[in-house]
Design a protein around this ligand. Sequence first.
Ligand code: SAH
Length: 212
Amino acid sequence: MTVEAARERMVDLLVERGIRDDRVLRAMATVPRHEFVPPRYQGDAYADSPLPIGNGQTISQPFIVALMTEALALGPRGSVLEIGTGSGYQAAVLAEMGIEVYTLECLDGLASAARRRLRDLGYTGVRVFCADGNDGWPGGAPYEGVLITAASREVPRAPYAQLRLGGTMVLPIGDEENQELVKIRRGPDGAEEGFLGACRFVKLVGRHGWSK
Ligand code: SAH
């Protein structure tokens, strides 16, 4: 099977699993996920599963990427802060949708590799910073959306405060065993929460993460 056919099958599966946002589906039908995984996993790049990317980290499962991106309910443009660049795949999906992306990764090796990969694939507008996401990134605020792709015990205050009014943050909350994908809209009367289901992410390092 060609990578294009494998990618189409992946998108068909996302539709079967309930993803409806055309813009998300089109972006995921375009971004070459196989370029974001180590060579030995390229044959599995379009299966609906997370894969190791080195340093004990993983690229998220395509369905989770689609679900989180859809939940942001983004307008045509706007900017998004991602915390946990990892491979850079999620950032590329957002960039492909025409979104201005700021993404933070605390591991220098992953940040540099993602920066190079995104540039080589033509996603030249994505800004990758090696920084601790617990503080968010005031440089691009206010954001229309904030995505955290590592699990924390509680909602990190700084990135939430960097959302514009009406903006949405999507993140996994929980510990190593039990995590829930949460969506929080910054409404005029405060935070409005919604739950998207169970999930399993690597931990957010630092003060909002869990110890161990
Ligand atoms: N979104 C990624 C997958 C993320 S895996 C992708 O599309 O491939 C989670 C990433 O979050 C890991 O790379 C990990 O190093 C990073 N991370 C964990 N804690 C962090 C923190 N406090 N600040 C920034 N990045 C963090």
